[in-house]
Design a protein around this ligand. Structure first.
Ligand SMILES: Cc1ncc(COP(=O)(O)O)c(C=O)c1O
Length: 420
């Protein structure tokens, strides 16, 4: 692009977009400066940063966010899938308040964790028993450790662009340097959705588990093919390797998760995000013989502590979410709407001739661009029109996003494309 001078034009337009954005958000800028003095980068969740500074939310309601400067946004980011219910769902709030009335920080077992465990075991075919954590990251760390202890082998197969948490994230180049914050497991990185690469992966011989997102989320909303997942399932079976589905994001794709949608049963599953109605949450579970390692009555050698694993807020919120908020019809509607949005965006970009495209499945999708400045401009154009996707082009529909909201995003995208 630079050869034709288009690169300079992109730089100019980005600078212009940033200046326009900043000029009408003095309060957010002020808060950003205040935060930067005490929070490196001005936040405590790196993914939330974008240039020149992120708007600060004053309040959220239904499917919308309102920033300190009074700008309102239709929330297409959906808290990176954790916001499936939309903001402040009433029955979740009521359940939490009711549970808090009976005390919290108990340091003792109560009834909610068994209620929640029952609901999850009924819902996800691969989960015969389950344990809770405080995040999806922790759920994956626990699942890996559990699987390796079960098999007695150290190798952890992972895939390019996989994101299983801030200490379990992998770049596009499987031979490239790893994220320096990753935990020191014996990772065996392989190519996502590459059936031909599987014989080599399994030939390594030391594999204890395979950890995979059936549809990569942060990696760009890339669905694996059913054939690949089936082959992975078969090979894990044959080699005694524990297959872990990271369904922290994908459990929203069907009532029983992506494993139901793809009709493939992993040995273990990890969960998180929206399942506690937006409260902090993680879970790992799976085959009874694997999870029995935590059962002292069966001589299980493993323990899992965690002060907040059964915290009253998350447990009551998750029980209310699963009992009252997320039925098959709701998920079907949200996922169908996401498929429609993806199709329409693809058409708009393809008609425009811009080097931009869309990937995803159901209510999770990502807009991609050949040049990241294009994505930056697209993002700022949406924000200027009161629409909030994630900066990286990611969108996760909540059940409160309507067809009219989708029309608004399509209109805004068409207008932006037409301006080139
Ligand atoms: C697929 C996947 N696994 C795990 C995680 C980590 O979850 P958490 O942010 O709750 O630690 C994420 C978070 O985005 C995720 O997308």
């Amino acid at each position: 692009m630079d050869e034709t001078g288009v690169g300079d034009e992109l730089d100019r337009r980005v600078a212009e977009a940033h200046a326009h954005y900043a000029a009408i958000r003095p309060l957010s800028r002020h808060e950003h400066d205040r935060a930067c003095a005490v929070l490196p980068g001005g936040n405590t969740r790196s993914v939330l940063h974008f240039e020149p500074f992120p708007f600060r939310v004053a309040r959220a309601d239904g499917g919308r966010l309102v920033d300190l400067d009074g700008h309102s946004y239709i929330d297409f980011c959906g808290n990176y899938t954790a916001g499936l219910l939309g903001h402040s769902p009433e029955r979740v709030r009521d359940a939490v308040i009711e549970a808090l009335g009976r005390g919290w920080s108990l340091g003792a077992v109560h009834t909610l964790e068994a209620d929640l465990a029952q609901l999850l075991c009924q819902r996800f075919a691969s989960i015969e028993q389950v344990r809770f954590t405080n995040s999806g990251t922790e759920a994956n760390l626990m699942a890996i450790g559990t699987a390796l202890a079960f098999t007695g082998r150290p190798g952890v197969a992972v895939f390019d662009r996989a994101y299983h948490g801030g200490v379990l994230s992998f770049g596009p180049d499987i031979d490239g340097p790893h994220n320096p914050l990753n935990v020191p497991h014996h990772f065996r990185p392989a190519r996502f959705d590459d059936i031909d690469g599987l014989p080599e992966l399994f030939a390594i011989g030391d594999l204890g588990c395979v950890l995979i997102e059936p549809v990569q989320g942060a990696g760009g909303c890339r669905p694996a093919s059913v054939e690949f997942l089936r082959e992975l399932r078969d090979r894990c079976q044959r080699h005694g390797v524990v297959l872990i589905f990271d369904e922290v994001m994908t459990s929203r794709l069907a009532p029983g998760g992506a494993q139901q949608r793809f009709d493939i049963r992993p040995d273990m599953t990890t969960l998180g995000k929206y399942l506690a109605g937006g409260m902090t949450f993680g879970a790992f579970g799976g085959r009874r013989d694997i999870m029995a390692q935590f059962d002292p009555s069966q001589g299980g050698p493993l323990t899992q502590a965690g002060t907040f694993n059964n915290n009253v807020v998350s447990m009551s919120a998750a029980v209310a979410t699963l009992r009252h908020e997320i039925d098959a019809d709701t998920l079907a509607v949200v996922n169908t709407r996401g498929d429609g949005l993806q199709r329409r965006l693809e058409q708009v970009f393809s008609r425009s001739g811009l080097p931009m495209w869309v990937t995803g499945l159901g209510s999770m999708l990502t807009v991609h661009a050949e040049d990241d400045r294009l994505l930056e401009l697209y993002f700022h154009a949406m924000v200027a029109d009161g629409l909030y996707p994630a900066r990286r082009g990611f969108m996760a529909l909540s059940r409160l996003i309507t067809d009219d909201d989708v029309d608004l995003l399509i209109d805004a995208t068409e207008r932006w494309c037409a301006a080139w």
